[in-house]
Design a protein around this ligand. Structure first.
Ligand SMILES: *[C@@H]1O[C@H](CO)[C@@H](O)[C@H](O)[C@H]1NC(C)=O
Ligand SMILES: *[C@@H]1O[C@H](CO)[C@@H](O)[C@H](O)[C@H]1NC(C)=O
Ligand SMILES: *[C@@H]1O[C@H](CO)[C@@H](O)[C@H](O)[C@H]1NC(C)=O
Ligand SMILES: *[C@@H]1O[C@H](CO)[C@@H](O)[C@H](O)[C@H]1NC(C)=O
Ligand SMILES: *[C@@H]1O[C@H](CO)[C@@H](O)[C@H](O)[C@H]1NC(C)=O
Ligand SMILES: *[C@@H]1O[C@H](CO)[C@@H](O)[C@H](O)[C@H]1NC(C)=O
Ligand SMILES: *[C@@H]1O[C@H](CO)[C@@H](O)[C@H](O)[C@H]1NC(C)=O
Ligand SMILES: *[C@@H]1O[C@H](CO)[C@@H](O)[C@H](O)[C@H]1NC(C)=O
Ligand SMILES: CC(=O)N[C@H]1CO[C@H](CO)[C@@H](O)[C@@H]1O
Length: 452
């Protein structure tokens, strides 16, 4: 190749830009956090409004929240749903939930509305709400299981009477700007879309009734929006090595490490320290046990036994938050051998099949009334299980960290894995980075091309 010093300057800018662009692209492909969840590509929370009847100056609506995510649940203190009215609507009454603020209702003299806010926020009632305040699928403190676990507890609903809204499908305007917290940030909602009126079976199932007007809102989750740090991390050990690979230091950020408490602290004996009742609907701040990783939850994966045709892994989930019980927790693990799960002890198990072909991901969750509740940090703050997998003789190996998971999610949040060079390794094997070879190759080819 010959260089013409006059053109050289200009000719080299574009390849350099291409190189930078491809490096950035490779970082995005190889980075663990992504806005789109490849294991649950269509996962969403759908909110459906059904107008059931017209009233003198408005309507009676049933609002239903469906958690259609495969394995992401909504934990205590639960969901908050907000929107902005299109006109001057007010909420006259509500059952099964409540608006967090009444707002300025001074214009009303006779029937005082439940809420006059232009942008109301609604929360579920707590279990044990008075009978006349209840509604079907209400009153679980806003906690929703994931759809895979239990479709009956993945749904929440409330009913409200809306005033000053118009009283026909021509005069009602759809609310805007829907917002969902579940319980923290992370969800973004699309606009309300008119859909075919929902058909309801009546209570005796002998007749069907139909809503007068229905609309849907779809909200999707992004871990990027939720928080800049992960909330969980993963540690490893194995029968073939004394190395215990702990979670990376500050895996979940160390910014709160001056507010954490030691596990033997006398403070933990004070009931008000552990009080997680929400005040004015502000989610309680976590109270973490001091650890080097500062995560809320740690997942431990121990390669326990290597049989002739099978191998066995022990999985433990440890809670480090003194103010959080995880009801209906979920654990999702990606590992090439999870397509041959033979037996799972004391956890429920379901394969996760995002594209119907790759069958290397498993979802685990607790057995009802046995270990579906991961207790707050402390002696009881852990659950564990063992998984037996049938070896595929062509791929199974204890070398190069193969026996450890590729991705781990707790409650739908991706957990930080230890750096690959710290994995427990066989005494006489060179250990290598278990990085996705195909993406690496593609990146190298891409870089070569852009240098060209
Ligand atoms: C919401 O999720 C369900 C279940 O994954 C899916 O069938 C549906 O198409 C999704 N809706 C949207 C609008 O993405
Ligand atoms: C409005 O209601 C009328 C009568 O119930 C119905 O014929 C019409 O299709 C409805 N329009 C919409 C947009 O739902
Ligand atoms: C609206 O949401 C409900 C609940 O997820 C779903 O059954 C229905 O198919 C949705 N309708 C449309 C048109 O997306
Ligand atoms: C707390 O975090 C800071 C950085 O944010 C770090 O320098 C310090 O070592 C941490 N302290 C402990 C006890 O982990
Ligand atoms: C917990 O906090 C709530 C709200 O601040 C309060 O009403 C309740 O009495 C507290 N309970 C205990 C045991 O301190
Ligand atoms: C967790 O659940 C147990 C049993 O239901 C209860 O005694 C405890 O107060 C709960 N702790 C928190 C932090 O919610
Ligand atoms: C995926 O693996 C599980 C567990 O071995 C098995 O039960 C299921 O049939 C597999 N599904 C497909 C589509 O291969
Ligand atoms: C590497 O990534 C590609 C594309 O995302 C995927 O199809 C392949 O299964 C991955 N390979 C490994 C070894 O994880
Ligand atoms: C050894 C063994 O049973 N391997 C099976 C693992 O699962 C894949 C796909 O589910 C089968 O094709 C293998 O035969």
């Amino acid at each position: 190749m010959e260089f013409d010093s006059g053109k050289q300057q200009q000719n080299y800018v574009i390849p350099q830009l291409k190189l930078v662009a491809s490096i950035v692209l490779c970082f995005i492909l190889l980075s663990p956090a992504e806005a789109f969840d490849p294991l649950d590509p269509t996962g969403n929370v759908t909110i459906r409004w059904d107008i059931m009847s017209w009233t003198a100056d408005g309507y009676l609506a049933t609002v239903t929240i469906f958690n259609l995510q495969a394995y992401r649940n909504i934990i205590y203190p639960g969901w908050t749903l907000g929107w902005t009215w299109a006109k001057k609507e007010v909420i006259m009454t509500m059952v099964g939930a409540q608006a967090t603020e009444q707002g300025d209702c001074s214009k009303f003299k006779l029937a005082i509305p439940h809420s006059c806010k232009r942008n109301p926020e609604v929360v579920d009632l707590m279990p044990g709400a008075p009978y006349n305040m209840q509604y079907t699928n209400c009153c679980r403190g806003g906690v929703l299981a994931s759809w895979t676990q239990d479709p009956t507890t993945a749904v929440s609903a409330f009913q409200m009477a809306v005033g000053k809204s118009g009283t026909s499908n021509k005069t009602v305007k759809l609310p805007n700007n829907y917002k969902l917290l579940g319980p923290g940030p992370g969800y973004s909602c699309g606009p309300a879309k008119l859909v075919r009126a929902t058909v309801y079976p009546t209570t005796d199932h002998r007749r069907k009734s139909q809503a007068l007007m229905s609309w849907n809102v779809t909200c999707t989750y992004s871990q990027f929006l939720a928080s800049k740090n992960p909330s969980c991390c993963v540690s490893f050990s194995s029968f073939y090595s004394d190395t215990i690979t702990g979670c990376p230091t500050c895996a979940c950020g160390c910014q709160n490490n001056d507010t954490c408490v030691k596990s033997d602290s006398k403070l933990l004996k004070l009931p008000e320290i552990l009080n997680n009742t929400k005040k004015d609907n502000i989610p309680t701040t976590p109270l973490l046990q001091c650890t080097h990783h500062m995560c809320h939850v740690r997942i431990h994966w121990h390669v326990k036994v290597n049989y002739k045709d099978y191998w066995r892994v022990k999985i433990a989930i440890i809670n480090f938050n003194y103010r959080q019980n995880y009801t209906d927790w979920t654990l999702v693990v990606q590992h090439p051998n999870l397509n041959n799960v033979t037996q799972v002890y004391s956890f429920e198990y379901k394969p996760v099949l995002p594209y119907d072909s790759i069958n290397d991901t498993a979802m685990f969750y607790g057995l009802k009334y046995y270990n579906d509740l991961l207790m707050q940090a402390g002696p009881q703050g852990n659950v564990q299980s063992e998984v037996l997998m049938k070896k595929d003789k062509n791929t199974f190996t204890l070398k190069q960290g193969w026996a450890f998971p590729r991705r781990v999610y707790f409650n739908g949040e991706e957990c930080m894995l230890p750096p690959p060079d710290s994995y427990p390794f066989l005494p006489n094997s060179a250990h290598q980075l278990p990085i996705n070879i195909s993406i690496m190759t593609a990146c190298i080819i891409l870089m070569l091309f852009s240098i060209w």
